[in-house]
Design a protein around this ligand. Structure first.
Ligand code: PLP
Length: 454
């Protein structure tokens, strides 16, 4: 058992960590990250890591960006806090709402701010229910999400998440939340089935679920344009067209959870652009502020906004909101962060560096452990399988992913292991040379694990 440093011991004693095996944590302790600069972070032992996950899919402009520090400081000095309840507002929240709606070129009408993606998705669920009550459709309340989708961890958003660890022994999901098939062609396709036919079948699965539940009870469909935490799953090309056609047929709202895909990740400003999604509701977070401040936004189109606002008039209030909704420091930082993304052409850089990333990883497809390489723009994944021919996964799950995740640190690389899939989602500032460096480090870690198994 490793000897823990004083800081590690105090961490183990006093802190319960998210997404961590608390028993194992007692013996291995945390890696303590002390500072960051550009695409790198440094731990308290002086080790430097290329942060291939941008933290949690989020630090678009890189670590240690002085303009964001200055924006926060300026706002702290002027007005460190004020709320947006009961007809109050402030400059930063107004400016950010205007900018976000402007980005959608009129497709969205109004922005509602929260602190996290989970709260944003909770807000979405409440808005969908409120909307249908306003329309006098009290039965139309079910929301369909997808297996392996990720929408957060609160009671309601965690219900929409389609991952077993988020439900098991938490008594989730809530009864009004249903899940349809995950559009992962590599694992889900039947022998001989084309991508096109697979996409059609995914839409048929959705329709079958709607019919089983009763279309008059189904209110909305939510999906990430590209699934992130579920394993970076890129749907087949025609998937979203077919899914949206089913939603329109049954008068359901389409919700695009762009918490990861928003602000350039796929090489387009939004993932919806890339996949021709026409959402009624969009959920944004993470790269909205590069996570320098907790911030998320729900954008609603005119169809939803007009009903929600007039219903609030009827009831006397829209009875929902967080103390920090539109927090002035968070929205000031978000605004400056989006200015940087624009000025430095980071969406374009994501497209260009993204192409290099996709190619460099696809060049590894011949490796004996590599099953599938997938991704778009600056988000990608490499899945290791036990049998390349049949795509059979490793048993137990994590046989390769867990040691590979650890080994990567020795090569100065932080990645994310999702079972036996390794995810990449680097800061949008990454250069082509740095992409090659990142993939090289990963390849060396993979070879280490491979040699150890032989
Ligand atoms: N939606 C998506 C697509 C996400 O990836 C995440 C977080 O990773 C969330 C929602 C939840 O956001 P948060 O962790 O800020 O609550």
């Amino acid at each position: 058992m490793a000897t823990l440093t004083d800081a590690q011991q105090r961490d183990v004693q006093y802190q319960l960590h998210p997404y961590t095996n608390a028993v194992k944590h007692q013996s291995i302790g945390p890696r303590i990250i002390e500072r960051g600069e550009g695409i790198y972070v440094y731990d308290d032992q002086g080790n430097k890591y290329l942060e291939a996950m941008a933290g949690l899919w989020s630090v678009a402009v890189g670590f240690g960006e002085p303009r964001l520090v200055e924006a926060a400081t300026r706002q702290m000095q002027k007005l460190p806090y004020y709320h947006t309840f009961t007809h109050k507002s402030h400059g930063p929240s107004i400016a950010l709402a205007e900018k976000l709606i402007g980005y959608t070129q009129g497709r969205m009408a109004s922005a509602f701010f929260t602190n996290s993606g989970s709260e944003a998705n909770d807000t979405v669920i409440k808005m969908v229910w409120y909307y249908n009550n306003a329309l006098d459709r009290p039965e139309k309340k079910k929301i369909i999400a997808r297996e392996k989708g990720y929408h957060g961890v609160t009671v309601a958003s965690g219900s929409m998440t389609g991952l077993p660890a988020n439900h098991r022994d938490f008594d989730l999901p809530l009864p009004r939340i249903k899940h349809t098939s995950c559009p992962h062609y590599y694992h889900g396709a039947r022998p001989g089935e084309s991508e096109e036919a697979f996409a059609t079948r995914m839409a048929e699965d959705l329709e079958a679920l709607i019919l089983k539940e009763g279309p008059e009870t189904v209110a909305a469909f939510i999906g990430e344009p590209v699934m992130g935490a579920g394993g970076v799953i890129v749907p087949p090309r025609t998937y979203w067209d077919k899914i949206q056609a089913v939603c329109r047929k049954y008068d359901m709202l389409v919700i695009a959870d762009e918490v990861i895909t928003g602000f350039g990740r796929l090489g387009t400003l939004f993932g919806s652009e890339r996949f021709n999604i026409e959402p009624d509701i969009m959920v944004l977070s993470k790269q909205i502020s590069s996570s320098y401040q907790p911030l998320a936004a729900v954008l609603i189109n005119d169809k939803v906004a007009s009903v929600v606002s007039s219903h609030s008039g009827k009831l006397g209030t829209f009875g929902h909101g967080y103390t920090a909704s539109g927090h002035p420091v968070a929205t000031a930082v978000g605004l400056e962060n989006l200015n940087i993304i624009e000025e430095r052409g980071l969406v374009q850089n994501a497209a260009e560096s993204g192409e290099v990333l996709q190619q460099a990883l696809r060049d590894m497809a011949g490796h004996p452990l590599v099953g599938e390489v997938r991704g778009v723009g600056l988000i990608a994944a490499v899945e290791m399988v036990a049998d390349k021919e049949s795509h059979r996964p490793f048993e137990p799950v994590g046989t390769i992913g867990a040691p590979l995740y650890e080994r990567a640190h020795e090569h100065g690389l932080i990645v994310r292991a999702i079972g036996d899939t390794i995810a990449f989602c680097p800061p949008l500032i990454i250069t082509r040379e740095e992409v090659h460096d990142m993939v090289g480090r990963f390849a060396r870690a993979l070879d280490d694990v491979y040699k150890q198994r032989k």
